[in-house]
Design a protein around this ligand. Structure first.
Ligand code: F6P
Length: 347
């Protein structure tokens, strides 16, 4: 008698609120409706590369819907940086009787999933996640809503202390290549300056905005900067960090550089706050739980139908399946048109 159909699932890259909701949905619908078995690989691509896995059941995934992080663990392991990586993954899948793999991740994890499918013929499909909201082919990724709630609450709190002390507060939020978190939390929190990676800034203009606001009688300002925000070439020095296996440099320094420059150029006392991983941790919002659940259900249905090389995406209000290749072709960054509505509120 043939064994049951078995699918593997893994979570790779930076964690994000809602990952557990996807895992739960895959297991619940997979086991209950499709009568298949689900294998959870640990720590992203490290799991199938090293044969590190656990059987997932409805019992073992109970109670995880509101939990942040990922019960499977994650890593930034790049299978294409390991000798014979794709072959090892194929062998692990064969050894464990895994018929296909669902990779939940951002640009790097999905990029690897796409290559494993397109170049090595592995049965892999993807689910988009990232608080940065920058995956192509989907309108939104889960985790983003939670991140902007956290960042907005932080900006609200910083407003009261900035006002009391007559200070400029620089709030550095995440967003490596895309300024969605800075834009949305900056607008929602009433930021006076919003700096995003897509539009290199001129430090003189930043200081002018702060000075204009102060000349209009306000004694404090809030500057919201994405971690990937960059000064126009040659206008301000910034330090570069180490790179990971996908070649991404560690960010997290622009806030403090802005603090120094704004204080020395305007004379206004300035403080920087780096929100960092607080934005990635904790319980997902209701919106993220629902979106993650919809993606999980669509992913296990797609696996059951053999739709390899695809990815569920939110298009308007619908969940559609799109080719992974389309999703990883280009990051979804903030266009000038999408930023324009914020301009009336700056300075
Ligand atoms: O990709 C999501 C993200 O949160 C980026 O905004 C940030 O640059 C990066 O992950 C940080 O990664 P790590 O957790 O490895 O420091």
């Amino acid at each position: 008698m043939l064994g049951r159909v078995r699918f593997g699932v893994l979570t790779g890259g930076g964690d994000c609120p809602g990952l557990n909701a996807v895992i739960r949905a895959i297991v619940r619908k997979g086991v209950d409706v499709h009568a298949c078995e689900i294998v959870g690989f640990r720590d992203g691509w490290r799991g199938p590369l090293e044969g590190d896995y656990t059987e997932l059941t409805i019992e073992s995934t109970r109670g995880i819907l509101p939990r942040g992080g990922t019960i499977l663990g994650t890593s930034r392991t790049n299978p294409f940086k390991r000798e014979g990586g794709p072959r090892t993954i194929r062998e692990t899948m064969a050894d464990l009787g895994v018929d296909g793999l669902i990779a939940i991740g951002g640009e790097d994890t999905l990029g690897a999933a796409n290559r494993l499918h397109a170049e090595h013929g592995l049965d892999v499909l993807g689910v988009p996640k990232t608080i940065d909201n920058d995956i192509g082919a989907t309108d939104v990724t889960f985790g983003f809503d939670t991140a902007i709630h956290v960042a907005t609450e932080a900006i609200d709190r910083l407003h009261t202390t900035a006002e009391s002390h007559h200070r400029v507060m620089v709030v550095e939020v995440m967003g490596r290549h895309a300024g969605w978190i800075a834009l949305y939390s900056g607008v929602a929190g009433g930021g006076d300056v919003i700096l995003i990676p897509e539009a290199p800034f001129d430090i003189d203009e930043v200081c002018n905005l702060v000075q204009r606001r102060h000349s209009r009688g306000r004694s404090f300002s809030i500057v919201v900067a994405a971690e990937g925000a960059l000064p126009k070439q040659g206008t301000m020095e910034i330090a570069a960090g180490d790179a990971d296996e996908f070649g991404h440099v560690r960010l997290g320094g622009i806030g403090h550089r802005l603090e120094q420059e704004i204080e020395s150029r305007t004379g206004f006392e300035t403080r920087a706050v780096v929100l960092g991983h607080i934005q990635r941790g904790g319980t997902p919002t209701a919106y993220d739980r629902v979106l993650a659940t919809r993606f999980g259900v669509a992913a296990i249905d797609a696996a059951q139908n053999g739709e390899w090389g695809m990815m569920p995406a939110l298009r308007g209000t619908r969940i559609d399946l799109v080719p992974l290749a389309e999703a990883v072709a280009e990051l979804r960054t903030v266009t000038p048109e999408e930023f324009a509505f914020a301009e009336a509120f700056l300075g």
